[in-house]
Every structure is written in C-alpha cells, then in structure tokens.
Design a protein around this ligand. Sequence first.
Ligand code: MLT
Ligand code: MN
Ligand code: ZN
Length: 307
Amino acid sequence: MKIKILGSGAGGGLPQWNCNCANCRSARNRSGDVLPRTQSSIAVSDNGVDWILVNASPDLLSQLRAHPDLQPARTLRDSGIAAVVLSDAQIDHVTGLLMLRERTTPLPLYACAPVLEDLSTGLPLVPLLGHYCGVQTHAIVPGKHFTISACEGLRFTPIAVDGKAPPYSPFRQSSIDGTNIALLIEDRIKGTRAFYAPGLAQMQDEIHATMCGADLVLVDGTFWTATEMIDLGISTKHADDMGHLAQCGEVGRRGMIDWLEALPRGTRKVLTHINNTNPILDPHSDEHAQLRARGIDVAHDGMVLQV
Ligand code: MLT
Ligand code: MN
Ligand code: ZN
C-alpha cells in the first residue's frame, strides 16, 4: 500500500493564521528550515489510482492541488478519492468534507456512530451535504474490520483509543467508544500493516500490542511536552485537555517516544498531526535531534510511505 501524507499539521496548521510563535514566524517568513504544514490528513491506496482519504482537512483543496496524481482524469468529472474514513469529528478532520460537494455521486463516508452523530447534530455536515452531492454513511465499529470496494486490497480495522471529542460535541466531557479511533490498515496481498492514530491521548497495552504488529506506526505528534502551550503563554490547555499524549513523558507516565522506543526493531515510526508550537518542527532543534537518534521521523506534507 501507498500512504501519502497530505497534511502533517494539527488544527490551525503551520503557520497558524493568528500565531507568532517561533515556528509560525519561521514558516511564514521562510526565515529558517521550518516547513509550512497543512492540517492533518492522509490518503491511502493499494493500486495508486483509487485513494481512501482518512480525514478530510479544511486544507483539502490545496492538498489536492499539491497531489495531481489524486486526479486520474478518467472522465470529464473525476476524482481519485473513492471514499472518506474519519478518525474523529474534530474540525481539522471533517470540514474538508464540504470541499467535496461537487461530486456527481453521493460521498461514501465511513465513521463510528458518535462521529456520525456529531456530524448530524453539533456540526451537521452530513445533512448539509444532502443538499449537494449527498453522503452514503457507513457506521463502522471498533474492533470490526471493513473493506471498501474501490481499494479491495486494503482491510481497515478501527480501534477505539482514548482521545477527545471536539469542543462542540456532547461527547467532549465523556468520550465513548468510537469518538476517537486509530486505524489498522492491512495490505491483504502483501500482508503489511500500517497503524494510524493522529489523536491518541493515552497508551494502553492492547493498543501498543497492535502497534507492535505494524510495519509503519504513524501517530500523534501534536506536542513535545504536555505543557508546551502553557509554557509559551499562549493557552491554558494541557495536552490532556486536548486529548493528545505528548512525546516527552512526565513523572510516572511514559511519553509517546518511550512507547515508540519499545516497538520491535525495523518498525518505521513517524509522528504526524504536529502542532505549530512543537519544537520538533525545526530540523535544527535539539528535540528533532533526539527523535533522529531514536529513529523517529517527523512527517511533512507530501511525504510518501510505502508499506
Ligand atoms: C486537536 O486535535 O486537538 C485539534 O487539532 C483541534 C482543532 O482542530 O482545532
Ligand atoms: Mn486535530
Ligand atoms: Zn505558532
């Protein structure tokens, strides 16, 4: 399978429109080597023609312009995007659905029940798109694998993870199974596996065991430290408040890099959904060097991963 990182930034992207932190300034002015990043999304394919979009970023149109191969041009109106799978109902992962409204057939949309509920109530994109192309919803269930006919060589398994529903959601304070999922994507011919979780608040043994069986682990790279935004004085939010496990551990708690370190040798490890405050975005930072030393890559827009 082939995975394209369409957007490697967290909500707001890089530079974020109203932010003047060091990374945002550098990315805006191109004064260093901090690359601009669009908001979180990947596309996955088994044949290189038909693609499954996992999360639909508000930056979807610019992402598609940056990837002309997602437009196979088989007919006058066409798209390589065969379907969309959602990991949650966060703004950075769903608002790109609106950009697909010119479709000539209903959009196949795969998401868990609480996400479909949020998208029918608090942020009613599904009924709204009913006035345009229409949406063919498929309720997926944690633990139950599914396939999508356009990419039959891929098998998707949603895995419930700890995370946060969006601020507008009634599930925000008490997440239920399916508000946030990771996806295990398997190539049914090659037997290879990719584990994708752009939002992961807390590791659990079963989730880590699933990661151990994957060739590629592409996970939540939002924050370097849990108090990063508080320390910069730009927010009062702790990583836990937002549903993201920071890369560095705290007393009594392992960070994401500790969990990645414990994966089998040879596992490809990549951090994505990176917040603009995260020092790993600067390739010259000490934090980036620490990742390099541990064999962990930092995703960038346009990165292609062959699994
Ligand atoms: C998050 O994952 O917490 C976000 O990126 C929130 C957002 O989209 O604003
Ligand atoms: Mn996000
Ligand atoms: Zn910033």
